[in-house]
Design a protein around this ligand. Structure first.
Ligand code: PLP
Length: 403
C-alpha cells in the first residue's frame, strides 16, 4: 500500500500542473487509440469522409430533416443491394442481429430451416435458428469448402415442408464464397425462402438481391462499406414481407421489421427507438461514396486486391484454406505453416500497426485471415501486408529454430 502511494506521489511530481489537477479530480485523460491498418476480417478502416460526416450537427431522431436523411439512406441501400421491391432498411445493430432479425421474422417455432454450414457463421445461423425453436437441417462441409447447392437441394427434396434455406455468401471464417446466384436460380418456384448472409460481401462482391431471387439478406457497415460497426442493412423481398405479415408468433420488439418500417419508410414517421443519428450520417456518406465509385468498379477493385494478395501468398509457398474455385476476394485465409507460431506473427504485425485476424472459434484450423476491404482493397495495401507478414513469419521461424 505504501509503495503504491509513493509511486502515485512520484507520478504527480512528474506531471504538468494541468495533469496534476486532473489526477486530483480523478479524471482520466482522453483516449488516444493507435493508428492501425485494419486488414483482418473486419472492421476495416473507415473512409475519412465517413468519419467527417459523423461530426456534422446532431439532429433529433424525430426531426423531419432527419426523416429525409433516413429515406435517402434507404434509397441508396436499395441501389447497393439491387433491391427495388419489398423493404430495405438498416437495423441499429451489427450483422448478428441482422441474422437474428431474419430468423425471428421469417421462421416460427417448430418450422423447418435448411442451413448450409462450412464455417463459423454458417454454424451461427444454425444456432440462432435453433434458439428460435426451428427444426434445423444442417448441411455441412469441411471448413474451406463450400456446401454444394445440389446437397442443399437434395435436403429440400427430403424436407419439402422447409420454410427457409440459409447460406453465407462470404464465409469470413474461411474465405469461401457460396455460389449464391445459382442457388437463387435453383430455388425459383420453391415455397422455401432464401436467406443470405452478405456481411462480408455487400459493397465488395457482386450481389443482385432482386435478380438472384434472394428473399432476405443482411449485412454490416464495417467491412466493404467502410463505415464503423453498429448498423446492419437488411433487404426483404415482397414474398418474405407477406410471410412476415401472416406470422403468428410475436417477434422481439427491437427486431420487428414491420415496426421498423414505420419509422424508416412510412411518413409521418412513428417513433420506434432513438436512432443512432451519427451512425446514420456515417452510413449515408459510406453509401454515397460507394455509389459515386460505382458498384461494378468497387467490386472489381476488391477482386483485384484480393486476387493479387492470393497470388503473392501462393507464389511464396503459402497454402490458402478456401477451395480455389470458391475463393472469396475480400477475405483470404492463409494456413499457418508448420512450426510457425501464428499468434506471435499476428502480435508482430500489430506492433507494426497492422491488424490481421487468426482462426475464429474452437473448430478453426491454424490460419491468418487477411481482409482487403473498403479503403484497404488496394494492391499497394496488399503489398504492405504481404511484406510484413512474410518478414514476421521469417523472424518467428528463426525464433523457433533458435529455441
Ligand atoms: C459472414 C459473417 N456473418 C455474420 C457476422 C456477424 O457480424 P457482427 O460481428 O457485425 O455481428 C460476421 C462478422 O464478422 C461475418 O463475417
Amino acid at each position: 500500500m505504501f509503495a503504491y502511494r509513493f509511486q502515485f506521489f512520484l507520478s504527480l511530481c512528474s506531471c504538468s500542473p494541468h495533469d496534476t489537477l486532473r489526477w486530483v479530480r480523478n479524471a482520466l485523460p482522453p483516449i488516444s487509440p493507435s493508428e492501425r491498418l485494419l486488414c483482418g476480417p473486419g472492421p476495416s478502416n473507415v473512409e475519412p469522409a465517413v468519419l467527417e460526416a459523423m461530426q456534422r450537427p446532431m439532429l433529433g431522431h424525430l426531426d423531419p430533416e432527419m426523416h429525409e436523411i433516413l429515406l435517402e439512406v434507404v434509397d441508396m441501400l436499395r441501389r447497393v443491394y439491387r433491391a427495388q421491391g419489398g423493404l430495405v432498411l438498416p437495423l441499429q445493430a451489427t450483422g448478428t442481429s441482422g441474422m437474428e432479425a431474419g430468423l425471428v421474422n421469417l421462421v416460427e417455432p417448430g418450422e423447418k430451416v435448411i442451413v448450409g454450414s462450412s464455417g463459423y457463421f454458417g454454424a451461427r445461423i444454425a444456432e440462432l435458428a435453433r434458439r428460435r425453436g426451428a427444426e434445423v437441417v444442417e448441411v455441412s462441409a469441411e471448413w474451406g469448402e463450400h456446401v454444394p447447392n445440389r446437397r442443399l437441394l437434395a435436403a429440400l427434396d427430403d424436407h419439402p415442408d422447409t420454410r427457409l434455406v440459409a447460406v453465407v455468401h462470404g464465409e469470413t471464417s474461411t474465405g469461401c464464397e457460396h455460389p449464391l446466384e445459382a442457388l437463387g436460380a435453383a430455388l425459383r418456384g420453391s415455397d422455401a425462402l432464401l436467406m443470405a448472409d452478405c456481411v462480408t460481401t455487400l459493397g465488395g462482391v457482386e450481389l443482385d438481391f432482386d435478380g438472384w431471387g434472394i428473399d432476405y439478406a443482411y449485412s454490416c457497415t464495417q467491412k466493404c462499406l467502410s463505415a464503423p460497426p453498429g448498423m446492419s442493412p437488411v433487404a426483404i423481398s415482397d414474398r418474405a414481407l407477406d410471410r412476415i405479415r401472416a406470422r403468428r408468433a410475436p417477434v422481439p420488439f427491437s427486431l420487428d421489421l414491420l415496426l421498423l418500417q414505420d419509422y424508416w419508410v412510412e411518413r409521418p414517421a412513428t417513433y420506434h427507438h432513438t436512432a443512432p443519428i451519427l451512425h446514420i450520417y456515417a452510413l449515408h456518406e459510406a453509401l454515397r461514396l460507394t455509389l459515386e465509385e460505382g458498384l461494378e468498379r468497387r467490386w472489381a477493385r476488391h477482386t483485384e486486391a484480393g486476387t493479387y494478395f492470393q497470388q503473392l501468398a501462393t507464389c511464396a509457398g503459402f497454402e490458402l484454406l478456401a477451395e480455389p474455385a470458391h475463393q472469396l476476394a475480400p477475405l483470404t485465409a492463409v494456413r499457418v505453416p508448420d512450426g510457425v507460431d501464428g499468434k506471435a506473427v499476428q502480435s508482430e504485425l500489430l506492433a507494426e500497426g497492422i491488424e490481421v485476424g487468426g482462426g475464429l472459434g474452437p473448430d478453426a484450423p491454424a490460419i491468418w485471415r487477411v481482409g482487403l476491404m473498403g479503403p484497404n482493397a488496394r494492391t499497394d495495401t496488399a503489398d504492405r501486408v504481404f511484406e510484413s507478414l512474410t518478414a514476421a513469419v521469417e523472424s518467428q521461424a528463426a525464433v523457433a529454430v533458435a529455441g
